[in-house]
Design a protein around this ligand. Structure first.
Ligand code: SF4
Length: 280
């Protein structure tokens, strides 16, 4: 049974149901040996993770710049300078509060839907500004607005953001969708942040889409049929998939991905045995 879902797990499912099955239902470890191109890919993923960690430490008040400057990784040093010079300028200077690597969750369609944010700022008007740091290939506003990350982030922030606006309240009220804004900042296009607004219509649509995909996923998991989790017809998804050896799919390296597309999924979704304890 499904216990908790994140945008990464939903994204994994929509990219390939079989990959979701192998990772979360079967709980298989990565079986594929790395080729040289994949070692480069792994290095890029680790750099992205390192960059996120540096930002988190910096947000907590640690002076990590000397450590970055001492690094032999020129790409990491360049990203850091862009973060200092351009990303920080995007953060409201009159912020009432800010929360780094904060996780929020709510019950939806019988599971706990969680979102882990890089940074959420409560501005002077009590509105929520979400920041997500990207290190992969930049995507357009249109592409980003259609991702499960955008849908889950804005939906969860609206439903649970009152906890951040008013942390002292025992029963914080949801914030309005119009007071939630999501900014994607790409280290490779530091001067072109993508700002996405949100509104009531988007929130209602997100509710419908999330409920539908969660119910679909639950039905598949509860069927217990491996064959129901079909392989993606898009073999491009297989190029960096660690489960290729289970699927006899190609071994040519594909385009770059964001670290969270592979790494975050491991921690953000659990499939557990036993009865579901949440209401639909
Ligand atoms: S190799 Fe392709 S079909 Fe197999 S699990 Fe990975 S993405 Fe899915």
């Amino acid at each position: 049974m499904i216990d908790t879902l994140s945008q990464s797990a939903i994204d994994t499912y929509q990219r390939c149901a079989r990959r979701f099955y192998l990772r979360y239902v079967q709980g298989l470890d990565w079986p594929a040996p790395l080729t040289s191109s994949e070692l480069d890919f792994e290095q890029a993923m680790r750099r992205g993770e390192h960059f996120h960690l540096l930002i988190q430490q910096h947000t907590l008040g640690l002076d990590v710049t000397p450590m970055v400057e001492a690094s032999e990784d020129q790409i990491l040093r360049d990203w850091w300078q862009r973060y200092l010079n351009q990303a920080q300028a995007l953060i409201p200077s009159t912020a009432r509060a800010q929360f780094s690597e904060v996780e929020l969750g709510l019950g939806l369609a019988g599971v706990t839907l969680v979102a882990k944010f890089d940074l959420v700022v409560v501005d002077a008007e009590g509105e929520l500004v979400i920041f997500d740091w990207k290190t992969g290939v930049p995507r357009t506003a249109q592409q980003l607005s259609a991702t499960w990350q955008t849908i889950v982030y804005c939906f969860v922030a609206t439903e649970c953001g009152g906890q951040l606006v008013d942390p002292a309240s025992a029963s914080p009220t949801p914030v309005s969708p119009e007071s939630v804004r999501l900014t994607y900042w790409h280290a490779r296009e530091a001067d072109r942040p993508v700002r996405l607004p949100y509104d009531e219509a988007s929130h209602e649509q997100a509710h419908r889409r999330l409920s539908a995909v969660i119910m679909e996923l639950k039905d598949l998991v509860e069927s217990g049929e491996e064959s129901a989790f079909v392989r993606t017809p898009n073999e491009g998804e297989c190029r960096h998939c660690p489960y290729r050896s289970y699927c006899e799919r190609g071994r040519v390296a594909g385009p770059e991905m964001e670290p969270e597309q592979l790494l975050g999924v491991e921690e953000s979704m659990r499939v557990v045995e036993g009865p579901n304890d949440l209401e639909d």
